[in-house]
Design a protein around this ligand. Structure first.
Ligand code: SAM
Length: 228
């Protein structure tokens, strides 16, 4: 699927890609997508009802290949994870992981997080992860960054008070501009630094390490009620 701007008002934060799934992954995708996915757009949903329990609910935005989503869900069976990306290949990888590990605590969303967060009621999730977001290094592309001034409030509206927004990036300037955007929103406490022990190294992180860049992990706790 090639994704363009999914909504004329939305600034695209990802790079469109058209890559076909091979026969094996295509089969996994076709067999499992309806069972384990949530539509990008539609009426509001109650995440705890989706997972049928009292689980802590997490949204991973830009899950890429989905390796972290699968490893986290395996290691934390009592947490519920929604993983979203616009690219079908990663979604298919997660579906394969769900089947291999017999996971019931993961759902995938194939689409734009800017659209999907509108389905999540204010205060309905415990954590939001943005790990190695597209860096958009050129100054004229900065308005495409996910964690930016004009998007942060809407994007994080589903986070409950006490909920945590996590960022990992190996681009210092991204960490800096995201920090000022989060601070300017007035909704979060000062960030804590440090890599969670469950955050495995992904392909994107490994590439940065090879090129001499270290990851910066930041976590902000929400302190102001949503919709204030
Ligand atoms: C650089 S990759 C990192 C992937 C993964 N987090 C990792 O660490 O390997 C960024 C991912 O974010 C996705 N992405 C960017 N904007 C998005 C959006 N608005 N909604 C969903 N996914 C998005 C891209 O498609 C891409 O797969």
């Amino acid at each position: 699927m090639l994704r363009g701007d999914s909504d004329n008002q939305l600034v695209r934060t990802f790079r469109p890609r058209r890559r076909r799934l091979g026969a094996e992954m295509g089969d996994v995708y076709e067999r499992l997508i309806d069972r384990w996915s949530i539509d990008e757009d539609g009426d509001p949903i109650d995440p705890s009802a989706v997972f049928g329990g009292e689980s802590r609910t997490i949204l991973e935005i830009g899950c890429g290949r989905g390796d972290l989503a699968v490893s986290y869900a395996v290691a934390h069976p009592n947490d519920a994870l929604m993983a979203i990306d616009v690219h079908t290949r990663g979604i298919a990888n997660i579906l394969a992981g769900i089947e291999t590990h017999d996971l019931g605590n993961v759902r995938v969303i194939e689409g734009d997080a800017q659209v999907f967060v509108r389905r999540l009621p204010p205060g309905s999730i415990d954590e939001m992860w943005v790990f190695f977001p597209d860096p958009w290094p050129k100054v004229r592309h900065r308005n495409r960054r996910l964690l930016r001034d004009d998007l942060i409030a809407t994007l994080t509206e589903p986070l409950k008070v006490g909920g945590v927004l996590r960022l990992a990036t190996d681009i210092e300037d991204y960490a800096r501009t995201a920090s000022s955007a989060v601070a300017a929103s007035g909704r979060f406490a000062d960030p804590s630094l440090g890599r969670p022990d469950w955050r495995i190294e992904t392909v994107f992180e490994r590439r940065g390490v090879r090129e001499g860049r270290d990851a910066i992990d930041l976590a902000w706790t929400r302190v102001v009620e949503p919709s204030c």
